[in-house]
Design a protein around this ligand. Structure first.
Ligand code: URA
Ligand code: URA
Length: 320
C-alpha cells in the first residue's frame, strides 16, 4: 500500500469512526463509488497459512509451521515439548474477519498497518479522564502475524508505567502459561479491550473495572487490531474481556459455563478462560487445570504439538 493510500484509508476510517460516535449507523455511498470499489484490485491472501490449512494432513500442517514446533522448558511446568504430532485434529477454524475480506495485508504490511493504528491510538483522547491520567497508552505487544491472540481487560499500574500489556504479576503468570504451551510471548499477540489504565481518582493504588462506556469507546481499536493481525484463535481472559468483546449479555453467563468451548468473535474462534489474576487469587489447582484444559483446546485447534507431559499438567498434583 502506498503511503498516500494508507493516509487516505486512515482518514476515511477516522471519519467513519467520528460518524459512528455521533450515532450514525449507515453512510450513503454513491453508485459510482460502489462501482469503483468493486473494481479495486483484490490482493491475494498472502498471509502465512492463509488458505485454511485444514485440508492438509496433520503432518504437513505442522511442517508448514516450523515456528510452532519445539519450545522451551516452561517455568510453569518445566518440560521440553516433544516434537510429536498433535494428538488432536483441529477442524480448521479458517477464522477470517468477514467484515472486509479484501483488507488482506501483504507480508510486512501487518506491521505497517499496526504501526499506523498505534499512532492513532497513541493520541486518542476519546476518554478525556483516561487520557489525563495515563502515563502510557498500552497498545499491545507481540507478533503482528500471530496465529494466537490473547485479550485482557485493561492495563493496570505496571502496564501503564511500562506501556506494555500483561507485565505485572498476572502478566508474568500469563507468560508462564504461554511458555507451557511451547510458545514464547513474542510469537503470540497480547492486547486489551482498553488501551488506557482505568483511572482511580483519589486512590494511590488499585485497579477498577473499565466502565461499559469506556469499553464501547475503545472497542473499535481492538477490532481494527484484530482485523489487521487476523489471528486464527482468540483467547479472552476473564469475564470483563468477554463483556468488552461480546457485550454485557454474553458476560452474564457464568465463567464455568462459558469456558472450555468455542465461541466466536467476528468469525474468529474464541476461547474464554479465567483471567490469570483470578488464578493468583485462587490458588486451587483445579482452577489452574481448567485454564490449562482451555489452552490444550487452543493448542489442538492451532495444530500445535502436545506432549504427554503437557496433557498431564496438574493432574498428578491433583491426585488423578
Ligand atoms: N505460534 C506462533 O508463531 N504464533 C502464534 O500466535 C501461535 C503459535
Ligand atoms: N490485566 C489485564 O487485563 N490486562 C493487562 O494488561 C494487565 C492485567
Amino acid at each position: 500500500m502506498s503511503d498516500a493510500f494508507q493516509r487516505l484509508l486512515d482518514a476515511t476510517i477516522d471519519h467513519l469512526e467520528r460518524l459512528r460516535e455521533q450515532g450514525a449507523r449507515q453512510v450513503p455511498v454513491a453508485p459510482e463509488t460502489l462501482a469503483a470499489l468493486r473494481q479495486a484490485p483484490v490482493r491475494p491472501n498472502t498471509k502465512k497459512h492463509a488458505p485454511t490449512p485444514s485440508g492438509l494432513p496433520v503432518a504437513e500442517r505442522v511442517a508448514a509451521r516450523p515456528a510452532l514446533v519445539g519450545g522451551e522448558a516452561s517455568p510453569l511446568n518445566p518440560t521440553s515439548v516433544s516434537p510429536s504430532l498433535p494428538s488432536g485434529t483441529p477442524d480448521g477454524p479458517g477464522g477470517r474477519l468477514p467484515l472486509d475480506p479484501n483488507r488482506v495485508p501483504a507480508p510486512g504490511q501487518t506491521t505497517a498497518a499496526l504501526r499506523a493504528l498505534q499512532a492513532r491510538v497513541q493520541s486518542c483522547t476519546k476518554c478525556p479522564h483516561l487520557a489525563d491520567s495515563r502515563r502510557n497508552v498500552v497498545f499491545g505487544v507481540g507478533n503482528p502475524e500471530a496465529r494466537l491472540m490473547f485479550v485482557g481487560e485493561a492495563p493496570g499500574a505496571d502496564e501503564d508505567l511500562q506501556g506494555e500489556p500483561f507485565v505485572g504479576r498476572a502478566g508474568q503468570l500469563l507468560t508462564r502459561i504461554i511458555e507451557a504451551m511451547g510458545l514464547e510471548r513474542s510469537q503470540v499477540y497480547i492486547g486489551n479491550v482498553l488501551k488506557c489504565r482505568p483511572d482511580t481518582p483519589g486512590q494511590a493504588a488499585g485497579n477498577r473495572k473499565p466502565t461499559p462506556t469506556e469499553m464501547i469507546t475503545c472497542l473499535p481499536y481492538l477490532e481494527e487490531q484484530i482485523g489487521i493481525i487476523r489471528p486464527e484463535v482468540l483467547v479472552a481472559l476473564g469475564l470483563t474481556a468477554v463483556e468488552g468483546l461480546l457485550g454485557k449479555q454474553a458476560a452474564a453467563t457464568p465463567m464455568g459455563r462459558m469456558r472450555g468451548r468455542w465461541l466466536e468473535f467476528r468469525g474468529i474462534p474464541l476461547m474464554v478462560t479465567y483471567h490469570p489474576a483470578y488464578l493468583l487469587r485462587n490458588q486451587h489447582l483445579g482452577e489452574k487445570r481448567k485454564v490449562w484444559e482451555d489452552m490444550l483446546l487452543v493448542m489442538e485447534r492451532l495444530g500445535l504439538p502436545i506432549s504427554e507431559k503437557q496433557r498431564g499438567f496438574f493432574l498428578k498434583a491433583m491426585g488423578q
